[in-house]
Design a protein around this ligand. Sequence first.
Ligand code: TYD
Length: 223
Amino acid sequence: MTRGVFVVFEGLDGSGKTTQARRFSSYLRREGHRVTAVEEPGGTPLGERVRGLLLDKRFQPQPWTELFLYEASRHELVERVIRPALARGEAVVCQRYDYSSVAYQGYGRGLPLEEVEALNARATGGLRPDLVFWLDVPAEEAFRRLRRRPSDRLEGEGLAFFKRVERGYRELARRRGEIVRVDGTRAPEAVFQEVVAVWTRWLKEKGGSTWSSSATSRSWRSA
Ligand code: TYD
């Protein structure tokens, strides 16, 4: 059975996740790999509907309701898109994963972390990424960037909320070995160069022994 590689981009709204995830997907494709690029919430027909509910300013869901909706979208995405792509030996590049629920619903909204983690484990069925890029941008800077574009409901949260989320990412990065912090305050090109450098190092250290360097095999790991 072959398994692909699972890479996640995380960070505050305005941290540059979308730009970096897209560039990284293009880079992998240029290297000859098949890539499935997805984002949370969303990525499945049901998940896109849930995303619409979550970002609609007319609703102010209770914190638990909000968490359940993110987990519902996540479970669909994991089972219907991510696992099948990995089974085909593809690279999956995902914007946000269950770290976002810990940071936003746990640290941000104050839901008990163990319970958030338990629901995360249920929604993901224990599927963990190989590598996570945390684009670290201070809450103040993320806020400044967001003011330049139209905001959805979550982006309308106060700075204090963003600061709690930022702390959540910092704590997660301390606890989880798969998370690599990347300074997201620099120019997009400089950030991307570091992303590629980290990826190349990861391949050499962790992926290299099992990953066939022939891109045409399009498979990272054979077990
Ligand atoms: P995102 O797609 O990153 O926003 P955009 O594409 O508009 O930049 O995420 C949407 C919002 O959802 C964002 O404010 C973070 C929030 N979110 C959570 O609060 N918990 C979660 O588990 C996830 C996946 C996202």
